[in-house]
Design a protein around this ligand. Structure first.
Ligand SMILES: [Zn+2]
Length: 435
């Protein structure tokens, strides 16, 4: 168990329902935030909504002595759901890390909204839950974390173009690559504010975290190696999900992560996907029980059922808890050292298992982890000191999955890194013989 961090306990109850409500109320007030809607009006459409988010980031930055840089990366796209070339713009606040500014922890939500017809850019599309809830979470995380120290850089991003084809996620992933960001985690918050499922089940104690099992961008040779030696359930995104689940268990009484071993919900997608395609670890955070009568619907009553994504469907207590999990995760990861690199494991035909890795700046020590090959969460751990090599006596390599984490002097721990390319958090890990 990593050391108790009072600062993380404090974040568990810090998110303000009042702040979250104010954000969603303001965003719903722009009528529609469709990607193809008006950009010039100050009261309606995606342009007004983007400028409002920028104003919020500027206000948060004023309160922390100018700690946020605000950028608006954009690209012009046309496509199946964008008939005319249209500028897709993200609104992004960056809080540089104090010691490791090149390491980056990202949270995203999408600003754009839609009704039943994905091309309808004029009808009211309140998008209170999809995805003003995610934008509210990331703005509140920015407010809370702006006052605290972060060693790695924190990025808070309100994306556009999600409903037209994940364009805003691509804009930010491209921006990250172009700026040489070492993204260690992307937490995509999309549909995080409703605790009542369409079938009537009510539960405000669980959030789902979706993670891919194997890397989107592995080569056929890497896939063949991984298929034989393991790693099919240990991508960095998956071990990021495990970190979030462990943080929820440690710091959030009566709230837990339900890990889902999938990139996204069945046959659906989100803005974490362009990050995965760029080779970055990323997960999707989504409420446990969705109500489809409230997603992508024209506002109407039909056969006694009210359709539409209106603010009365938001459970602000629940949204505050999801926001707390985001803030705890970002704080914990940004204070931990980088995950170890070059992790390798040996031990065939021996009763001991040996792990090697390259040490990382800022680490005071390392922990070696192992678990049963069918266990969802790491089960055993041993602190091994400030070294790049450890031998686990009488632990047979055949019977377990292994990993290594780095730990700071004040006890913040990185995610666990599974050996080889399959588990590496590096975007382009150095090739190793046999991997
Ligand atoms: Zn969405």
């Amino acid at each position: 168990m990593p050391r108790e961090q009072p600062a993380l306990h404090a974040l568990a109850t810090a998110p303000s329902e009042t702040e979250l409500r104010a954000t969603i109320t303001a965003l719903v007030g722009f009528g529609t935030r469709h990607t193809l809607s008006d950009t010039r009006s100050d009261t309606r459409g995606i342009g007004a909504a983007r400028r409002w988010v920028k104003t919020r980031f500027e206000a948060i930055s004023r309160d922390c002595g100018g700690c946020l840089e605000i950028v608006t990366p954009s690209q012009v796209f046309s496509g199946k759901r964008i008939p005319q070339p249209t500028e897709v713009m993200d609104v992004v606040a960056i809080k540089r890390g104090s010691t490791d500014p090149q390491r980056v922890i990202v949270i995203t939500g999408h600003l754009d909204s839609r009704v039943s017809d994905v091309m309808n850019a004029s009808s009211d599309a309140p998008g209170a839950n999809d995805d003003a809830s995610g934008v509210a979470a990331l703005i509140e995380a920015a407010r809370l974390l702006s006052k605290q120290d972060n060693r790695a850089t924190l990025v808070f991003a309100a994306l556009s173009g999600e409903e037209q084809g994940l364009y805003g996620g691509k804009v930010l992933a491209d921006y990250a690559v172009a700026h040489g960001w070492q993204v260690e985690a992307e937490l995509n918050n999309d549909i995080v504010g409703n605790s009542r499922g369409q079938n009537g089940v009510i539960d405000n104690t669980v959030v789902r975290v979706f993670s891919e099992g194997t890397k989107s961008n592995e080569t056929p040779a890497q896939a063949a190696y991984r298929r034989y030696h393991g790693g099919e359930v240990d991508s960095p995104s998956r071990n990021l999900a495990r970190t979030m689940a462990a943080l929820a268990d440690q710091y959030m009484p009566d709230f837990r992560v339900r890990m889902v071993y999938r990139t996204d919900r069945y046959a659906r997608g989100g803005d974490q996907v362009p990050f995965l395609e760029a080779g970055y670890p990323a997960v999707r955070v989504t409420e446990a029980h969705e109500d489809y009568t409230r997603q992508h619907q024209d506002l109407r009553t039909q056969d006694g059922v009210r359709y539409g994504d209106t603010i009365d469907g938001i459970d602000f207590r629940y949204l505050a808890r999801v926001t707390a999990l985001d803030a705890i995760t970002m704080a914990a990861l940004s204070r931990a050292p980088a995950p170890p690199t070059g992790v390798d494991v040996h031990g065939a035909l021996a009763t001991d298992t040996t792990l090697d890795w390259r040490t990382v700046p800022g680490a005071a020590g390392y922990r070696v982890h192992w678990r049963d090959t069918t266990a969802p969460q790491w089960q055993h751990a041993r602190a091994v000191g400030d070294v790049g090599h450890a031998v686990l006596q009488d632990v047979v390599i055949d019977d377990w999955f292994f990993g290594v984490s780095s730990v700071s002097a004040d006890g913040y721990e990185s995610p666990v890194v599974f050996p080889g390319y399959a588990g590496s958090f590096e975007r382009s890990p150095a090739a190793k013989p046999g991997h």
